[in-house]
Design a protein around this ligand. Structure first.
Ligand code: F42
Length: 150
């Protein structure tokens, strides 16, 4: 996806550091959220304003080869920047281990969202807290489903 020279690291240093270590180790290191032991994946998108490559660690919520992509941003009032990238271009790569693979994302809602949200909260209970804090700011956390691009 794009030219690695166009990679623009996260402005959150701890995130940029985790991306660097995860990629340098082929997913062997820096593959959990801090010391929680909870696994992450690495999603790559293209900045819809800058065209830059953006790399986004996310909690790993996988079922039958598909991944849940939760735009929680710690329950903040605003969507993460990468949400807007996905809305502009549904093609991403997801790295869950050694190699990034091509996926296509779509926003999910209704029963499908409820089923997958439950899986997300089982994998990472803090999502439930984020939903409350985002909700207090009038934001429903957008969730996407990522499926392998045929
Ligand atoms: N964030 C989540 O939302 N969900 C998770 O499950 C999650 C898990 C997780 C695990 C480990 C870890 O290290 C981080 C984790 N994060 C999780 C944080 C996640 O990786 C992102 O850092 C976070 O969601 C914030 O995303 P963001 O895209 O808002 O990133 C900010 C910090 C940032 O780098 N902003 C850039 C900047 O210059 O301000 C711009 C980023 C961007 O994509 N810009 C677009 C462009 O064109 O280049 C335009 C975007 C727009 O706003 O239109």
């Amino acid at each position: 996806m794009g030219n690695e020279d166009d990679y623009a690291p996260s402005t959150w240093d701890w995130v940029a550091d985790q991306v660097a270590e995860y990629e340098a180790s082929g997913g062997e290191r820096a593959n959990t959220l801090r010391d929680t032991g909870l696994p992450i994946i690495l999603m790559t998108t293209v900045g819809h304003k800058t065209g830059k490559i953006r790399k986004v660690p996310l909690m790993r919520v996988e079922h039958a080869g598909e991944y849940l992509i939760v735009a929680s941003k710690g329950g903040r009032p605003e969507h993460p920047g990468w949400y807007h990238n996905l809305m502009a271009d549904s093609h991403v790569t997801i790295q869950d281990g050694a190699e990034p693979l091509d996926y296509t994302v779509r926003l999910i809602s209704g029963d499908e969202r409820s089923t997958w949200w439950e899986r997300g909260v089982i994998a990472f209970p803090t999502y439930a807290e984020y939903a409350v804090s985002a909700g207090e700011a009038g934001r429903e956390i957008p969730v996407f489903l990522a499926s392998r691009t045929s």
